[in-house]
Design a protein around this ligand. Structure first.
Ligand SMILES: Cc1cc2nc3c(=O)[nH]c(=O)nc-3n(C[C@H](O)[C@H](O)[C@H](O)COP(=O)(O)O)c2cc1C
Length: 152
């Protein structure tokens, strides 16, 4: 199992992820995705709502990197692996589609799904946790709320 419960939990709490792909000409491409979730123990699925370049890139170069950060606690993960584009005719598509539609509530139609096989996972931590080991999550949340002009 590569997607341990603590990784899935933080993924669920993170609103956005950033998916990096590489074009045929070796040009990096990164774009945000909100409709993403863990699927089983080793996969992340992402709704292709409006990601033409990402999809083009994966078709010729499957290596991807996906990062997400829960912006208040300021912790996340960087995942690396290979991706493919799944469509209606793929086995298991309906189950993946249903999982993502539970998130979109049908508001954002999509005709294919990016399926990432996760091969490695690296934690992402705000530097405060590293430079000031006494930093508590509650301190980070308070500081992030101040920086984002949210209610404290
Ligand atoms: C907050 C936010 C959430 C987004 N979520 C998704 C998503 O879940 N799926 C998707 O395909 N596009 C999503 N997009 C749109 C793509 O990021 C956007 O269309 C981007 O230009 C796609 O670029 P690409 O073709 O290089 O991937 C989102 C954009 C924003 C700003």
């Amino acid at each position: 199992m590569i997607l341990k419960p603590e990784i899935k939990e933080l993924m669920e709490q993170s609103v956005l992820c950033w998916l990096a792909t590489v074009s045929e000409e070796s040009m990096p491409n990164v774009s945000p995705k909100e409709i993403f979730t863990a699927f089983g123990q080793d996969q992340v699925i992402i709704a292709n709502i409006a990601s033409p370049q990402t999809v083009r890139n994966i078709k010729t170069q499957p290596q991807v990197c996906l990062s997400f950060v829960e912006v208040l606690v300021q912790k996340g993960y960087q995942l690396k692996g290979n991706a493919r584009i799944a469509t209606e005719s793929d086995p298991g598509y309906q189950e993946m589609k249903q999982t993502l539609e539970d998130m979109t509530l049908g508001k954002f139609p999509f005709g294919s799904i990016i399926v990432m096989e996760v091969e490695s996972v690296k934690p992402i931590l705000a530097p405060s946790y590293l430079f000031y080991p006494e930093t508590q999550e509650a301190d980070q949340i308070q500081e992030a709320k101040r920086r984002y002009n949210l209610e404290v």
